[in-house]
Ligand binder design. Sequence first.
Ligand SMILES: [Zn+2]
Length: 354
Amino acid sequence: MNGQKVRFSLFTGADPDYNQSKRSIAPHVMGDNREDRVMDVYYIGIDLGGTNVAAGLTDETGRLLGKFSRPTPRGAEAVADAIAQAAREACRAAGIAPEAARSVGVASPGSIDPAAGVVEHAFNLGLDHVSLAQLVEERLSLPALLENDANAAALGEFAAGAGKPFRSLVAVTLGTGVGSGAVLDGRLFTGFNYAGMEAGHMVTHRGGRECTCGRRGCWETYASATGLIRSTREAMQAHPESGLWRFAPTLETVDGKTAFDAAQAGDAAARGVVEAYTADLACGIINLIHLFQPEVLCVGGGVAKQGDYLLGPVRALADREEFTRDAARRTRICTAELGNDAGIIGAALLPLYR
Ligand SMILES: [Zn+2]
């Protein structure tokens, strides 16, 4: 079985000889069940967020056939009800009965135990040791799986986005923090205790900015949108003459675009912010490449909308600092492709990549 092969093999990074057969991982595609080959197979994916519950129905390639989103209530029973309702509405939008789906996967924020189907803590949703998978199964009469939201987003990008032609991918999302996930040799990497991976909390600046996790100098305190906004505000306070103030008249109006907009307009202080931000982002990305040597590393989240203006310099730094000298065997650094759908699609396809 594929899982055993991965379990007992030594991980060495991307296999350049690998061809596009990775979709044969799905057991029902790989096996001899002829009925499965001709039947359409559907999966429900849920992205449980602090603001919205987003649901989607996909086929086995991760193609979204129907979607539905609604506000997230607070409390275990209400969240489970909202998930079931959003799932049914997504199926209705696709014109397919919910019973036709094989499973429902839920991507949840917070601390998750996927094996037990339990959300250990997601305090902003009012969830504390909740058997969410079981509550969802009771409501939809479908097998339910649970995964951390950043891991699900990485799986979505791997299966249907930036990682589609490849066998290994690392996904990084620049938001309030830095979300991260990895699919290595076709399997979602979670660590033995499912707490992996939290690249945002690797220290890139020892003794640096205080992080919500209790450490100092975590990558996300610099490379997240929050970190960028903080650096932008610091530059504005240090440079009252800066053109940054034209793009954000008050410190409260600074967002993840302010420094990029002012830098492109030629402001020196803004350029300093962007250069430091780019170098900090690249530092963590190169660390991840050194560790995993994935075929592709994709960057998502609001800040990634800067596209090549951001990733061009990151690639140049990576070219200089990577161990791999052969250009054809280097990790491809690109923007994520699925946006907010990555979590839904990854959650839906969880049973195929576990
Ligand atoms: Zn941290």
